[in-house]
Write a protein that binds this ligand. Structure first.
Ligand SMILES: *[C@@H]1O[C@H](CO)[C@@H](O)[C@H](O)[C@H]1NC(C)=O
Ligand SMILES: *[C@@H]1O[C@H](CO)[C@@H](O)[C@H](O)[C@H]1NC(C)=O
Ligand SMILES: *[C@@H]1O[C@H](CO)[C@@H](O)[C@H](O)[C@H]1NC(C)=O
Length: 492
């Protein structure tokens, strides 16, 4: 509470305040208002607001009060120039207000024309009525002569202002000191018994309270949730992708990425330092099938024909794709073969240079469909249905190469917003030697497809730099205030 509030109390002790502006001259009305409202909240005073309309000099009016009217200034200049003031020099000597001064001095008869000069029209120094009137207005707020007041208003020397002041009286809880009210009941108060005499601040039921900070889903998680719902609606079950570390065997060898493939280089993949090695898989038959397909071929494949090294297969890597999990799921499916639909949306890692659209980790959306005698036509039909669920109604396919699918197709979707075809995913049919070496029957075929989660999220939330979506540059406001995503508009 301000010192001024104490001044108000001390003043009230001597008698009521009828007009705060008169009692406390020079105190800003906001300060008075602050003090009386907070004292009134404690019932220490009661107050009423008084509004008065008063006249006050404008900046030009203040100038006249300080420096004299334009006409008197002109008169003074005429007196100073002994031989008369050249009319042409008026503006030079008096500036822009010289013209007004000249007109009014003429009207008053204070000066007259003598050829091209002005000379004095009265001998005795005239009274500066304008200045006197303004001085009166400044101290009293008005002028008795309404006609003159109106004249000053027309000359823009005065304006009307609203003055707020207060009449203040003692309230029921009046005191000379302001007691600090307690806001909380504390353990100490209960222990010492002071709660019995403490005065508490009244609870304000109209107070708006503090915003509760309830956490928020990251935009990636919102889009991920939409993707999950699409998969569930199409009969998919979610794969357990809760492991970031894989062996080279599951990440590469089972997918027939040869051991000398550039994707397996240190420049592309993160290898673990500790521990370095994984155990060999328990299924020794599968292990030997994989080795045989790599080295010499089997199940209709001619193989890569190179010496396959178990040491490469047992290296530990941060998984470069979630297809490693799909491979493990299909291997499990071989024990009880039949139609299945699996999906996963999770993190993968690549040793990439970070830029506006790439990070060393991102999310892969992956789907796998196993069924008897599936064809490429089935895959195309499925992808059309899948993408139409997220608002992408026109898609095209382009032949591509993947080590573990044949044939393989990149998928392009027509982006209505951008007005062009953009790549939306990759797909293909898993190679027979990959499936048969797991023990899956020959006529059980498997479609696989994948897309990124970041790309559609960036498009949906109009983020152009991936570092504003993930990492230390992310604005928490952005995360907290973005709405949930809906796929009524094209996402990708
Ligand atoms: C009075 O005139 C002086 C000199 O021209 C100027 O600096 C000052 O601002 C004037 N006073 C007011 C209140 O305008
Ligand atoms: C109570 O809270 C409302 C809303 O914030 C505020 O306008 C009002 O001045 C408060 N009342 C008191 C007595 O502090
Ligand atoms: C798949 O196709 C093969 C060859 O046409 C047929 O023998 C087999 O019964 C089919 N499998 C199923 C489950 O329809």
């Amino acid at each position: 509470m301000s010192d001024f509030a104490l001044t108000v109390l001390a003043t009230l002790n001597k008698g009521p305040v009828t007009d705060s502006r008169e009692t406390f001259p020079g105190i800003d009305s906001q300060v008075v208002q602050g003090a009386v409202t907070s004292l009134a909240a404690r019932n220490m005073v009661t107050f009423k607001q008084i509004e008065k309309e008063l006249w006050a000099p404008t900046a030009e009016g203040e100038d006249i009060i300080a420096n004299g009217s334009h006409e008197i200034r002109l008169y003074d200049e005429v007196i100073k120039s002994l031989e008369g003031l050249k009319i042409a020099d008026v503006a030079k000597v008096l500036g822009p207000s010289g013209k007004v001064g000249q007109q009014r001095a003429f009207k008053n008869g204070w000066v007259k024309k003598d050829g091209d000069k002005l000379v004095k029209g009265v001998d005795e120094a005239p009274v500066d009525v304008t200045k006197d009137q303004l001085t009166t207005i400044k101290s009293t707020g008005t002028l008795d002569d309404a006609k003159e007041l109106n004249e000053l208003k027309k000359r823009k020397l005065v304006t009307k202002t609203k003055l707020v002041s207060y009449s203040i009286e003692k309230g029921p809880e009046f005191a000379l000191e302001i007691k600090k009210l307690d806001t909380d009941l504390t353990i100490e108060m209960l222990q010492s018994g002071t709660w019995k005499t403490s005065e508490f601040k009244p609870y304000n039921f109209s107070a708006e309270g503090i915003n509760t900070n309830g956490g928020a889903f990251h935009p990636l998680n919102k889009v991920r949730e939409e993707f999950r719902q699409i998969f569930f609606s199409m009969g998919f079950t979610e794969m357990p992708t809760n492991q970031y570390v894989e062996s080279g065997f599951w990440n590469f060898d089972t997918l027939y990425v040869p051991q000398q493939h550039p994707a397996r280089d240190l420049q592309d993949t993160f290898y673990l330092k500790d521990p370095v090695k994984a155990l060999e898989p328990e299924d020794k038959t599968y292990w030997s099938h994989v080795r045989k397909v790599h080295e010499e071929g089997e199940f209709g494949s001619i193989g890569y024909r190179y010496p396959w090294k178990p040491e490469e297969a047992t290296k530990l890597v941060l998984r470069t794709h979630t297809t490693s999990v799909s491979a493990a799921m299909l291997h499990k499916l071989a024990k009880n073969p039949g139609p299945a639909r699996y999906f996963s949306i999770d993190k993968v890692f690549r040793n990439e240079a970070v830029d506006a659209t790439h990070l060393a980790e991102f999310h892969q959306v992956e789907g796998v469909i196993a069924d008897y005698n599936l064809t490429l036509g089935d895959l195309i039909g499925f992808m059309e249905r899948y993408f139409s669920k997220m608002g992408v109604n026109q898609i095209r396919f382009k032949p591509a190469y993947n080590p573990y699918t044949e044939p393989s197709m990149e998928i392009f979707g027509y982006h209505e917003g951008l007005g062009k075809w953009v790549e939306v995913g990759n797909s293909g049919m898993f190679r027979p030697e990959m499936l048969e070496s797991m023990g899956l029957p020959k006529d059980l075929r498997v479609h696989g497809f994948g897309l990124s989660l970041e790309r559609p999220t960036m498009i949906k939330y109009a983020v152009s730099n991936i570092r504003e979506l993930l990492g230390h540059k992310v604005s928490l406001d952005f995360i907290e205030n973005n709405p949930a995503v809906r796929f009524e508009e094209a996402l990708v």
